[in-house]
Design a protein around this ligand. Structure first.
Ligand SMILES: Nc1ncnc2c1ncn2[C@@H]1O[C@H](COP(=O)(O)OP(=O)(O)OP(=O)(O)O)[C@@H](O)[C@H]1O
Length: 227
C-alpha cells in the first residue's frame, strides 16, 4: 500500500549562502495493508522529514513513494489533494482548523468533502467524539480554545472518521491521559483490522510496542551511514 524506494532528501538553506544539506539517502520501506510500521531513530535522524515526504509536503530529491498506485513524488498538486481526501489520512500532534467552525463540523468535514450526506457525517462525528471522550457540551464550540489533550482527541476523531486505506500517525498519543491513550490505541488496532496500512512515529514506547508490527530505524538512511 505504501512503497518507498531509493528516496533521498536535501534541504537548501537559501538564507545561509544556499548551503545544501543532505538529510536522507536511499531510504526504502514498505507498509502492507493491515500492518503498522513504526519509525524509530534518534532525534534529528529524519523521522518527521520522511513522514512529510510521504504526505507530499516535502519534495524528494530522488526516489519514489507509491501510495495505492500513485507516486506522490511525481504527483500534481491536484492528484495529491485527491489522494489525501480518499486514500491517505494524516493525524498530526496538533490541530489546525479554521476559527469559529464547531467541533462537530471539524470532525465531520472529511466525510462531507467525500460527498457523504451531512446527517450521516454528523452522526459518525458524534459517535467518534463520544468514543474519544469529548463532552457533548463542547461539540458546538470551536476547538481552538480546547486543552492540548482535547484538541488532540478532536484531531484523532477527524483522522479516523473516514476508513483511509493508508494512514500516517505523528505522535497520536502524545498529550493524552492513560484512559484516552487506550481509546486511541483501540482505534489504531481497529484500523489495522479493517486493512489500513499505517506508518507512525510514537515516542511512547509502550504504545508503539502495543500497535506496531515492526519498526524501521531511519538512522540507516542518514547519508553518513549510507556512505
Ligand atoms: N525545513 C528544514 N530545513 C532544513 N533542515 C531541516 C528541515 N527539516 C528538517 N531538517 C533537518 O533534517 C534532519 C532530520 O530532521 P527531522 O525533524 O526529520 O528528525 P526527527 O527524526 O523527526 O527528529 P525528532 O525525533 O527530534 O522529531 C535534521 O538534521 C534537521 O535539522
Amino acid at each position: 500500500m505504501i512503497e518507498i524506494s531509493g528516496l533521498s532528501k536535501t534541504f537548501t538553506l537559501h538564507n545561509q549562502g544556499s548551503a545544501v544539506i543532505r538529510v536522507m539517502a536511499d531510504a526504502a520501506l514498505s507498509v502492507a495493508p493491515g500492518e503498522c510500521v513504526g519509525l524509530i531513530g534518534a532525534s534529528g535522524a529524519g523521522k518527521s522529514t520522511l513522514m512529510r515526504m510521504v504526505y507530499g509536503n516535502y519534495l524528494a530529491a530522488t526516489g519514489s513513494i507509491v501510495i495505492a498506485g500513485t507516486d506522490i513524488t511525481k504527483a500534481t498538486p491536484r492528484e495529491i489533494i485527491a489522494l489525501r481526501r480518499a486514500t491517505l489520512g494524516y493525524v498530526s500532534q496538533f490541530l489546525r482548523v479554521v476559527p469559529r467552525v464547531p467541533t462537530l463540523e471539524v470532525v465531520a468535514e472529511p466525510l462531507r468533502v467525500l460527498g457523504h450526506p451531512a446527517e450521516e457525517a454528523r452522526a459518525r462525528a458524534a459517535a467518534l467524539l463520544r468514543q474519544v471522550n469529548i463532552p457533548e457540551r463542547l461539540w458546538s464550540l470551536s476547538p481552538t480554545t480546547f486543552s492540548g489533550g482535547e484538541q488532540q482527541r478532536v484531531n484523532i476523531a477527524r483522522g479516523f472518521i473516514h476508513p483511509y486505506p493508508a494512514l500516517l500517525l505523528d505522535e497520536p498519543t502524545a498529550s493524552l491521559d492513560a484512559a484516552n491513550r487506550e481509546v486511541v490505541l483501540g482505534l489504531i488496532a481497529a484500523a489495522k483490522a479493517r486493512g489500513a496500512a499505517i506508518l507512525g512515529i510514537f515516542h511512547d514506547e509502550a504504545a508503539r510496542a502495543q500497535v506496531c508490527d515492526r519498526f524501521v530505524d531511519v538512522t540507516a538512511f542518514t547519508p553518513q551511514a549510507a556512505a
